[in-house]
Structures are given as C-alpha cells and as structure tokens.
Design a protein around this ligand. Structure first.
Ligand code: NAD
Ligand code: ZN
Length: 250
C-alpha cells in the first residue's frame, strides 16, 4: 500500500471512537453510479427538486420512470470491499456509527446493525406517503404505474407517495441530524469516504468533528474542498484502501 493508505490504517488502529461518513463513492464498485464522477448521474439527469415533485404530477411520473430505470442496478448491488471493512470495524467496536448520504441500503446489507447507520438522505429501497407516513413497496408502485401511466397516490389517505429519500429543497430528517451531530461530537477520528463534500448540511459534519478535536481523514480519488482541513488525505480507490481493515483485530 502507498504511505497515505498505511497512515490511515495506523490512525484507525490508534483511535478509540471512529465515525465513518460515506458518500456515493463507496458504492461505485457495487455498480451504483455516483452523482459527480464522469458518467455519474448528473451527466444524465438534472435532479428533480422537492417543490417540483410536490406541484407536478408530470414530474412525479418522471421521477418514478428514472427510479424504475435505476432499479435493476440497485437490486443487483451487493456491499463492496469498503462496506465490508466498515462492517468489520463496527463488529470489533472500533466504529460506533456510520453516517451516510447514501440511499442504497448497502451499509445495512453488509451487516452494520440498523441502529448504527444514520441515513442523512433517507433510503431508496422503499417509498412512503408524505402525509400519513405509510410505507409503500417499490414493486407495488411500479405495478400501479405500469397499469395507469401515473404516479399512484397513497392507498390509505390519497397523499403523495415518494421514495423515502431527501430531495434537494426537502427538509432534512431531524432525528438523524441530531444523532449525526451527537456521534460527530463524540468521536476521536472522523473518516470521510467517497463524498465530494459539497452537499450541505451533510458536508458540515467533517468540520464539526475537527472543531471538536477529532482527527479528520478524507478518502476520495479526487480532491475535495475540505482537503486543506484534513489531518490526512488519501487520494486513492476506496475498496483497495479499506480492504486491509477487514482483518484489523482491535
Ligand atoms: P458525489 O457523487 O458528489 O461524490 C462521490 C465522490 O466519490 C466523488 O468525489 C468521486 O471522486 C468519489 N469516488 C467515486 N468512486 C470512488 C472510488 N472507487 N474510490 C475513491 N473515490 C471515489 O456523492 P456524494 O458526496 O455522496 O453526494 C451526492 C448525493 O447523491 C448524496 O446526497 C446522495 O444522497 C446521493 N447519491 C447516492 C448514491 C448511493 O446511495 N449510492 C448514488 C448517487 C447519489
Ligand atoms: Zn397516506
């Protein structure tokens, strides 16, 4: 391994309470494209903002068409080397919490207990009613959509149904924000992995950790705006760098 990757392993070994913060980059090796890399989703689609989703049936239909187009990749995705290494660190008690911007459920699938994963931007593996909160399964929505060509409303209350994710313009989930804050303030090492660190408020957590005296490591194959604040920057492939942590034993 290159020296920065080795330094990362040493810092994890020396730390007691690690918080892992992940972005889309940890899931690219699992076949889920990120937003900002070449070939990423933003080169294909401009994101649908929350207000547009709420005010236009046409936008809702478009959002579901995109969701169904992405579905095979989502369904086929399995945790990668990065997810598995992090799950190991949770198992041995090194990592208390995984704060993620991802919506792909792969941290949970890798064996991190649900109560240790803090999803800042929700989860795309199911949908819910924005009025009554009722959970809806993606397959049921697809069948209704295919039958009518329209985004179906809530079967209980008729409200607007949306994937359980946070869109641009939509409020952040309060409980998750508070839990992420508490975890960040409590850690001695904060690992920011595979995030371009430009989407706020999520991208505020690395600096919050720094202010509270934690060491900050940024692992990303491209430079980020927060690199100058990091104690260590590892500019390399996530899976290759994290894999050796799968055998750490304290
Ligand atoms: P982003 O696309 O802005 O940034 C991903 C970063 O990961 C990039 O800087 C890229 O250089 C890096 N990267 C990609 N593959 C890598 C690899 N193998 N090794 C090292 N670095 C790699 O993603 P973001 O910062 O998470 O923010 C985008 C938003 O998009 C988030 O809010 C998230 O909700 C959403 N999103 C989620 C998923 C997912 O759940 N997997 C996928 C796309 C977008
Ligand atoms: Zn409802």
């Amino acid at each position: 391994l290159e020296p920065p990757a080795r330094a990362l392993i040493r810092m994890v070994r020396d730390a007691e309470r690690v918080v892992v913060f992940t972005g889309a980059g940890i899931s690219t090796e699992c076949g889920i494209p990120d937003f900002r890399s070449p070939g990423g989703l933003w080169t294909k689609y401009r994101p649908i903002e929350f207000q547009d989703y709420m005010s236009s049936a046409q936008m809702r239909a478009e959002a579901w068409r995109r969701k169904f187009a992405m579905e095979p990749a989502f369904r086929a995705a399995r945790p990668g080397r990065g997810h598995n290494a992090i799950a190991h660190l949770v198992r041995i008690g090194k990592v208390r919490n995984v704060i993620t911007q991802n919506i792909d459920n792969l941290h949970q699938m890798s064996g991190v207990p649900e109560n240790r994963v803090i999803e800042l931007h929700g989860n795309a593996t199911y949908a819910h009613c924005l009025d009554c909160g009722l959970r809806h399964e993606i397959d049921d929505i697809r069948m209704a959509f295919e039958a009518t060509g329209e985004a179906p409303g809530c079967r209980a209350c008729g409200g607007i149904v949306k994937t359980a994710t946070v869109s641009f313009g939509q409020a952040m989930p309060q409980e998750e924000m508070l839990r992420a804050e508490a975890a960040t303030e409590d850690c001695d090492l904060f690992l920011a992995i595979g995030s371009s660190l430009v989407v706020y408020p999520a991208a505020g957590f690395p600096l919050m950790a720094k202010r509270n005296g934690a060491r900050l490591v940024i692992l990303n194959r491209e430079a980020t705006d927060l690199d100058p604040y990091a104690d260590l920057v590892v500019s390399d492939d996530i899976g290759s760098v994290l894999e050796p942590l799968s055998t750490l034993n304290n």
